[in-house]
Design a protein. Structure first.
Length: 317
């Protein structure tokens, strides 16, 4: 059964009527209902198109967090051939919130790293809802350094509310691990492409998203803090999250205009969760175009361009 967001209530009601009519048809009702179903389907699509043409930042936040959006494992399953997962940071242990490994993209060897939130209660607990501990970022560093050593491009798929804020994470050096991972991104002499596929939350995202090309899915969000967290700090009221989302400029359109990201990947009508295969295919094409731009650049040029890009952010504002 499809899960509808609060602002999608008009579409949900139309779909409920369509389902009811189809059930009547299956029960052998004498009344011909095909024309009515087609009319309601057209009306539902028109309503969905109208809704998604003017989403507010808070509504985009809800879409970015939709539990049925495709996750890291879905992208890897469709875009990466011969994927071989690599585990552990060689210092403390394995963190399941960040996954990574070797594989082939468009037939060429690559290193893939990304957040995995999980798709149901069991897997969400296993992957800690995509919130990585220090060992997750140290694993990412290890994989990036391996990729650099063997000349493999790095693809990062970002989807996290932020790094795990628990006491044990702080005890094991969360801030240092995030900083080192960001530094590892900047030091790469191979091209790296990051795609914000859902939420790009705070340092937990930028730790693997400091890339030559930073792309965002159309309805993804990317921010220094969650809207709820910002509202709690600024107004001492998490209920003002909608106001925070609007003022923080967290949408792909805002961030493209500000020069924080390098491209927006269009999503199917109604969001990536409605047509996961199409959304993943569009992301794959965007990654392929981004990597092609660096094919004739030297390792030093690749690294220097990335550093200049991040130094330039905000200078023209």
């Amino acid at each position: 059964m499809k899960s509808y967001l609060d602002f999608e209530k008009p579409v949900a009601e139309l779909q409920a009527k369509i389902a009811e009519l189809r059930t009547l048809g299956e029960d052998g009702d004498a009344v011909t209902i095909d024309e009515e179903v087609q009319r309601l389907e057209a009306k539902s699509q028109a309503a969905l198109k109208e809704l998604y043409a003017s989403l507010t930042p808070w509504q985009k936040t809800q879409v970015a967090r939709h539990p049925e959006r495709p996750h890291f494992v879905d992208y890897v399953g469709r875009l990466i051939q011969d994927f071989t997962p690599l585990a552990g940071d060689r210092l403390f242990g394995e963190d399941q919130a960040i996954m990574g490994g070797l594989g082939r993209f468009d037939g060429e060897p690559v290193m893939v790293i990304g957040h995995e939130k999980g798709a149901d209660t069991e897997t969400r607990l296993k992957h800690n809802f995509g919130m990585a501990r220090p060992e997750g970022y140290r694993k990412a560093i290890r994989l990036m350094e391996t990729a650099d050593r063997f000349g493999l491009p790095v693809i990062a798929l970002v989807d996290t509310a932020g790094a795990f804020p628990g006491i044990e994470a702080e005890e094991r050096g969360q801030a240092e691990a995030i900083a080192r991972s960001t530094e590892a991104c900047l030091n790469l002499c191979v091209p790296n492409v990051a795609v914000i596929i859902g939420e790009g939350g705070s340092g937990g995202a930028i730790a693997i998203a400091t890339a030559n090309a930073v792309l965002m899915l159309e309805h993804a969000i990317y921010s220094v803090i969650s809207p709820e967290g910002a509202a709690s700090i600024l107004w001492r009221d998490a209920a003002k999250a909608q106001d925070a989302a609007t003022n923080m400029k967290i949408t792909s359109a805002d961030l493209m205009r500000l020069g924080v990201i390098d491209g927006v990947v269009p999503e199917p009508l109604g969001g990536a969760h409605r047509a996961p295969e199409a959304a993943i295919a569009a992301a794959g094409e965007a990654i392929s175009r981004a990597l092609a731009r660096f094919s004739n650049m030297s390792p030093e040029q690749i690294r220097d361009e990335r550093r200049r890009k991040f130094l330039a952010i905000g200078r023209g504002l």
